[in-house]
Write a protein that binds this ligand. Structure first.
Ligand code: NAI
Length: 388
């Protein structure tokens, strides 16, 4: 496994991800897994007192558990040992302002998806990150699973032949009823003021969209048709189910089913790529396996950590095949890559990390662009539109 310099961890802060939040724990766990980052400061909560207390629980100095992110960025900028990077794990409506303020304080940023609400905002963040030479990473965490690298290498090496059909879905059943009446993490997701122009398209659909981009970097979306529904009526205008059809520039066709009302389904995130010779299929609930089906032959199941995989899929090996890895390892793989990118800017990255792919500001921008296009098509009555 390629490692960052553990003697000089990146001084790191967090905004959001406070006590009881859904996603805060995995950020901290992934950032600390390989000692790439060291938590030094935080503004964890919309409730300043609860946030300060949580920071102390995590072992922060009292002075560095802040009431809000503006205070944190200002105070940390004045310290010789101030934070160099920050992760943003707050509801969607705050990402743009916090990310912008972080970049303006010359911090590297790891931001939750969606990066922001509009492509204009995403382009502004991209320009700012380039002007300041700071990285923006976006936590499309499932992309850190090893078998995604194997799928990417298989496509690049022609194992599937010409790519024809891409079937994608992230369709869980957790919100089949109006659980937002009780659950605060769901409540903001179905309110456009906090969630933005979409619910499931942005919340779940952008995950397989990004994974497809990793596996099929050469394909570009030419046009798209989307239809979206609010099966729990009180969620309108936001959708809890959507189907998107897409045409790529090589003539391949793709579908993405995004749903929170797929009753009985756990995650239901599946990636199936069909080529002229063979197909592959990956399911995030069995992430250590990749189905490889060659036309006319018995189907094979490729296993993580085995010698027969491509070398690119072995870079992230933490333990041999047979030992199951999961989402925490996938996120740690991504955080290690964010670390490599940041350490390149710090002059501390090992050789050979340039080739490693991670969800960067362009990936964040593409997610926002895709949601915008889907909403445009759905709200025009579910019509084909040129992708822009
Ligand atoms: P949540 O509602 O469970 O937690 C949000 C946290 O942010 C809370 O601790 C809250 O107090 C804090 N917060 C809110 N406003 C704040 C502010 N202005 N300053 C500081 N803290 C603030 O939300 P959840 O589910 O953890 O989602 C957070 C973000 O993570 C969302 O953008 C969501 O889309 C994303 N997410 C990403 C996942 C992934 O797989 N990458 C999975 C789940 C969520």
């Amino acid at each position: 496994m390629m490692t960052n310099d553990r003697r000089k961890p990146i001084r790191w802060g967090m905004v959001g991800g406070g006590k009881g939040s859904q996603i805060g724990y995995i950020h901290r766990s992934a950032a600390h897994r390989d000692e790439v980052f060291a938590l030094a400061a935080g503004a964890f909560d919309i409730d300043p007192e609860r946030g300060r207390a949580f920071g102390l629980d995590l072992g922060l100095d009292e002075a560095r558990s802040y009431r809000d992110y503006a205070a944190m960025f200002a105070a940390e900028a004045g310290r010789a040992d101030g934070i160099e990077a920050v992760s943003i794990a707050t509801p969607n409506n705050t990402h743009f302002a916090i990310c912008k303020a972080a970049l303006e304080h010359d911090l590297h940023v790891i931001c939750e998806k969606p990066l922001c609400f509009t492509t204009a905002e995403a382009e502004e963040l991209k320009a700012l990150s380039e002007a300041r030479s700071r990285i923006v990473g976006v936590t499309y965490g499932y992309a850190g699973h090893q078998m995604i690298e194997q799928a990417r290498a298989m496509v690049r090496n022609g194992d599937l032949g010409e790519i024809r059909i891409v079937n994608l879905q992230f369709a869980h059943g957790f919100h089949s009823a109006a659980v937002e009446e009780q659950n605060p993490s769901t409540r903001w997701r179905v309110d456009p003021k906090f969630a933005g122009p979409s619910y499931v398209l942005g919340d779940v659909g952008t995950h397989p969209l990004y994974i497809a981009k990793v596996i099929l970097p050469h394909l570009k979306i030419r046009r798209l048709l989307c239809t979206r529904q609010s099966f729990v009526k009180s969620r309108a205008p936001l959708e809890d189910n959507a189907v998107t059809l897409m045409e790529y520039d090589n003539g391949a066709i793709a579908t993405i089913w995004s749903s929170a009302v797929n009753a009985g389904s756990m995650h239901g995130q599946k990636i199936r790529i069909v080529g002229s010779k063979a197909s592959i299929e990956w399911w995030d609930e069995r992430p250590n396996q990749l189905a490889y089906e060659i036309q006319g032959e018995p189907a094979r199941i490729l296993e993580r950590g085995m010698d027969y995989l491509y070398p690119e899929a072995r870079i992230d090996d933490r333990i041999g095949g047979g030992h199951p890895e999961g989402l925490f390892e996938a996120w740690a793989n991504l955080y290690r890559r964010f670390g490599f990118a940041i350490n390149r800017e710090r002059g501390l990255a090992p050789a050979g990390v340039e080739e490693l792919v991670f969800p960067d500001v362009d990936a964040g921008l593409e997610g926002v662009r895709w949601v915008e296009n889907c909403v445009r098509s759905a709200d025009a009555g579910g019509v084909w539109l040129d992708y822009r």
